[in-house]
Design a protein around this ligand. Structure first.
Ligand SMILES: [Zn+2]
Length: 558
């Protein structure tokens, strides 16, 4: 997903929740008030967008062919999407999503024009042909219009219509959260990924389009670029990037053999990029080590320059970090370690494992993308700079945690949880690594996740259950604490002679988290609960210290 949420506030989040609220001032104010008390207001449109409606559930996506022409001079697009699907249960009404102001011109099946009813962004198509269980059918949705323009890409979404310094068009799409239906018609819910996809984009002469997967063909006459994605892909991962691109690349020797790594940048940035993108193979080295093979060898890996900060578009990660280290030159951890790498290359490419390989079914579980990927930043450092650098970085990022609301959002209404999904999520995982206390085992777990849920959409519960089977503690309350509450466990302790009396407060019922403590630099494990316990130590207790790698608060009572 989207990168870190610096410019977002809870207030702006609410604006995003529903477009309708902009018009309805009263409801809007209620929503803002509601948000203050942790309640959200949702509309029918949110349910149509965010749930597996009956008109979605009966068919399984198989293949898309998105075939469009982009006219940057008019900020206009036109074309079609062919949707091939398998009939799971017999039904005659099919939901397809497309957001205004884009308009559906026509929907056909086997050459016959179909009727459809529109409810906001959702269109309910009445199929004529009898849908027989097990059959593969296609509809073609023709559409056109001036798509929503992204004002703050990638935090909102739509088309970014920009120009490069030579005055040439520089155009890109982004759409996480808002949904891919902001620019193309599709089944706009994350649970069902298409198995493969062709993206054909006609652009003005002198410009190139870079999308996901591999470039199969260029129609020179029409200047149409045909890209093919051989792997399952989520909707928001699909993208169009148009510019006066130049290309360079390399063959990376990876865990699954030779991986094509290709880079597309604006002509004027070629020299800079050749130097700066050396972080890309370094990233691949670290992440294949920690997470397992890059999940899309067949589709290659690409970095594509865009006129916004960046996004994890599958196999064509988009890049706009101005060829600077850190996050636009800043260190999110304030430790100095964040300036050792280009944040966008590392973070957005980390999403190839957590977002594109393992994908949330519902955006309420977006921490699966952002928690693990924010965590991946310190694993990159761990691989190249060692354990201490990694720890310092992830602990440093705690400064970004707000504990404003739970990390998990509301299900079935297209609702994200707190922005804490990034660095609270990362610190939760870092804490788990401490509990396991065996880095080889931890690495096996991270690689195991990418194997177990390879190319799948998942829920938090599935991730939790997987971890439960691998870790010798009951992690269920652990996840309740960090993902479903805003409380940070407080370890209270008292020193009496050679004993420490300790307990947890601010915890969910049943919460147990063993912690590592030191006295005179000698390590000992404590198992605090909500009840006071006493532990006797040898040595000078004035040196008592809780390992700061555990994300808890420590409070000395006396
Ligand atoms: Zn991200």
């Amino acid at each position: 997903m989207r990168v870190w949420l610096f410019f977002r506030t809870a207030f702006l989040d609410k604006i995003k929740i529903t477009q309708k609220m902009k018009k309805l001032t009263t409801i809007f104010l209620l929503a803002v008030l509601g948000s203050t008390y942790g309640q959200d207001v949702f509309t029918e449109q949110d349910t149509l967008r965010g749930s597996i409606t009956p008109e979605r559930a009966w068919w399984d996506l198989n293949y898309y062919h998105l075939n469009i022409e982009v006219k940057p001079d008019d900020k206009f697009i036109t074309g079609s999407n062919t949707i091939r699907y398998k009939v799971l249960e017999e039904s005659q009404t099919l939901q397809v999503d497309l957001q205004p102001p884009l308009k559906i011109d026509k929907i056909t099946q086997d050459g016959k024009v179909l009727k459809f009813d529109t409810n906001g962004n959702a269109h309910f198509v009445s199929l004529i042909k009898t849908q027989i269980k097990g059959a593969f059918n296609e509809i073609i949705v023709h559409y056109s219009g001036k798509p929503k323009e992204a004002a703050r890409a990638p935090w909102d979404g739509g088309f970014s219509w920009k120009k490069d310094s030579n005055g040439k068009h520089f155009v890109a799409t982004s759409c996480q959260g808002l949904g891919a239906s902001v620019w193309w018609p599709n089944k706009d819910h994350m649970y069902d990924e298409v198995d493969s996809m062709t993206i054909s984009v006609k652009v003005p002469k002198g410009l190139m389009n870079v999308s996901n997967g591999r470039l199969r063909k260029v129609d020179k006459d029409t200047n149409t670029y045909h890209w093919f994605v051989a792997n399952p892909i989520n909707n928001y991962g699909v993208n169009v990037n148009i510019g006066d691109y130049v290309h360079f690349g390399e063959h990376y020797k990876g865990e699954k053999g030779l991986l094509d790594m290709d880079y597309y940048v604006l002509r004027k940035n070629l020299k800079k990029a050749k130097e700066h993108f050396k972080d890309a193979p370094k990233m691949m080295k670290a992440f294949e080590y920690w997470f397992g093979p890059y999940p899309f060898y067949e589709d290659s890996f690409k970095l594509v320059e865009v006129p916004y900060l960046g996004m994890e578009h599958q196999s064509s990660v988009t890049y706009g970090n101005q060829f600077k280290k850190g996050y636009l030159g800043r260190d999110l951890s304030k430790t100095g370690w964040g300036l050792k790498f280009d944040f966008i290359i590392i973070h957005e490419a980390g999403h190839e494992w957590f977002a594109n390989n393992i994908t949330y079914r519902d955006i309420a579980d977006m921490w699966i993308h952002e928690g693990f990927t924010a965590y991946s930043e310190n694993l990159f450092l761990d691989y190249h700079y060692g354990n201490e650098a990694a720890s310092a970085y992830v602990i440093g990022t705690r400064g970004n945690i707000r504990n404003d609301k739970p990390i998990i959002g509301k299900y079935d209404v297209n609702n994200e949880g707190s922005g804490d999904m990034y660095y609270k999520g990362a610190n939760m995982l870092h804490t788990l690594r401490q509990v396991i206390d065996d880095d080889e085992k931890w690495r096996e777990i991270l690689r195991g996740l990418n194997k177990e849920f390879y190319h799948q959409t998942v829920t938090t519960e599935q991730i939790e259950n997987y971890l439960c089977t691998k870790i010798d503690m009951d992690p269920s309350t652990f996840f309740d604490q960090y993902l479903r509450s805003t409380m940070i466990p407080v370890l209270e302790y008292e020193r009496n002679g050679n004993t420490i009396k300790y307990r947890y407060t601010a915890i969910v019922k049943g919460f147990e988290l063993p912690i590592r403590v030191f006295v005179d630099e000698t390590e000992k494990w404590l198992k605090p609960t909500s009840k006071w316990k006493v532990e006797t130590f040898k040595g000078d207790l004035s040196s008592f210290e809780v390992d700061p790698n555990f994300y808890i608060e420590v409070k000395k009572i006396r």
